[in-house]
Design a protein around this ligand. Structure first.
Ligand code: GDP
Length: 286
């Protein structure tokens, strides 16, 4: 489900996260590996008040591994250790606990020095809707517990999930809002399914996807769709629409008279992208 964000919702979401922050040691910030910056909340640094933070690049199964590696370096340079994961299948999920412990190691050591038995590190997952928070909580819990599509404003008694004996995780994630202002960000969010596609025209999103793919993944596109012609001029919208039509034709988006239905072709392109059928595609580079 997609939340419609209004200033009141943002204030409430922020307040809810700040309440949870009082209880925890380390924040796990979940981003979409295909669009890490576009899927990041614009006020995250301010909201998290300098809590130790592990960045997870989720849905890395759908992202270009080369670009994801560049993003890991990018975040490391910014002082945030980052790890690509796939919460749905569980890839790299076992790496999360050691990384979280590293961020809390200084506290554990100081407790040990004082002769105190260190307690489990307490963590909270935060991220924008649809980035995979509930999926990750379920994966870490090893069972189905978190309701997917949790809404801001619905307060429940806080529950802790034991992740082994060394980490306690809050069972409800912190929900953050995405960026809205930038048109390109909006297109990336819509293409990956983070915001409702009704908010933008389908053909506009598909045109964005195809233009990016022609530019960055042209060879793969040609291989997948058997020798379609790719324009050289990335600004030439007419030529890009021809590429969309050629793909639509190959994928059966044809109306009577043999014409390609561009809306249908657009929907197919977006669905194929989200299902990974166009290959492992990143839509943003550092
Ligand atoms: P939330 O709103 O942040 O809690 O997001 P959900 O956990 O409900 O996930 C949103 C959608 O993304 C669901 O359809 C999940 O199955 C899917 N999803 C989550 N993690 C991954 C992943 O690592 N890879 C892929 N391909 N899909 C994922």
């Amino acid at each position: 489900m997609t939340i419609q964000w209004f200033p009141g919702h943002m204030t409430k979401a922020r307040r809810q996260i700040e309440e949870k922050l009082k209880l925890i040691d380390v924040v796990i910030e979940l981003l979409d590996a295909r669009i890490p910056l576009s899927s990041r909340n614009p006020m995250v640094d301010e909201i998290l008040h300098g809590k130790p933070r592990l960045v997870l690049l989720n849905k890395s199964d759908l992202a270009d591994p080369k670009v994801t590696a560049e993003w890991v370096n990018y975040f490391a340079d910014q002082g945030h250790p980052a790890l690509p994961i796939d919460a749905a299948s569980g890839t790299n999920v076992k790496e999360i606990l050691p990384r979280v412990k590293q961020l809390w190691a200084h506290k554990i050591e100081s407790q040990l020095r004082k002769g105190i038995n260190p307690r489990a590190v307490r963590a909270l997952i935060v991220g924008i809707p649809n980035v995979g928070k509930s999926t990750l909580i379920n994966q870490l819990a090893g069972k189905k517990i978190a309701a997917t599509g949790d809404k801001p404003g619905v307060t429940k008694g806080q529950q802790w999930i034991k992740v082994g004996t060394e980490m306690d995780l809050l069972d409800t994630p912190g929900i953050l809002w995405p960026k809205f202002e930038d048109q390109m960000v909006g297109k990336r969010l819509a293409a990956t399914g983070a915001i409702k596609e009704e908010l933008l025209h389908l053909d506009e999103i598909a045109l964005f996807v195809i233009t990016y793919m022609v530019e960055q993944y042209g060879a793969g596109l040609q291989e997948r769709f058997g020798g379609i012609e790719l324009p050289e001029d990335m600004e030439d919208v007419q030529e890009m629409v021809k590429v969309m039509e050629a793909i639509g034709r190959k994928r059966g988006a044809i109306v009577s008279g043999g014409r390609v239905d561009l809306d249908k072709a657009s929907l197919i392109i977006i669905r194929d992208l989200r299902a990974g059928k166009l290959g492992r595609i990143s839509l943003e580079k550092p």
